[in-house]
Design a protein around this ligand. Structure first.
Ligand code: RB5
Length: 146
């Protein structure tokens, strides 16, 4: 079981709360960030809070939710050490862990239904990085190639 930080803006509150409830019931330690219902908020703030927590707690994961998932993924991927993956299907949620060692899953509440979103979160958390040639490739993020 993992420490998981879940953040959203106003467009992702319902999915944030659903995932927090379901993943807590599965035994994960969950901390949430973001607005309460009815409150508007700017997605970079939750992205920063979640990514700071992930970077401070090795082995933990983040889940970021906005309307599309796009703003959250852009904000998160500006932070060195964060590999945030915007996913729309279970294949991507598995592959981003196996091949990219993603440490943050980004979701769009206006794009992805709750059942698929929960399945993606579960697969993301259960999948392992495969290393090898994939490690060489993600190391290029930090060695001046990108
Ligand atoms: C909010 O309206 C929306 O722009 C935001 O949730 C997100 O989709 C941005 O990328």
């Amino acid at each position: 079981m993992a420490n998981i930080y879940i953040g959203s803006d106003h467009a992702g509150i319902s999915l944030r709360e659903l995932l927090a409830e379901k993943l807590t019931a599965q035994g994960h330690a969950i901390k949430t960030f973001g607005p309460v219902p009815g409150e508007s908020s700017d997605y970079p703030l939750a992205a920063r809070a979640v990514c700071d927590s992930v970077l401070s707690n090795p082995g933990s994961f983040g889940i970021l939710i906005c309307g599309t998932g796009i703003g959250m993924s852009m904000a998160a991927n500006r932070m060195p050490g964060i590999r945030a993956a915007l996913c729309g299907c279970e294949f991507q949620a598995r592959a981003c862990r196996q091949h990219n060692n993603a440490n943050v899953l980004c979701l769009g509440e206006r794009v992805t239904g709750p059942g698929v979103a929960l399945a993606m979160a579960e697969i993301f958390l259960a999948s392992e990085f495969e290393g090898g040639r994939h490690l060489r490739r993600i190391q290029m993020f930090d060695n001046g190639v990108n």
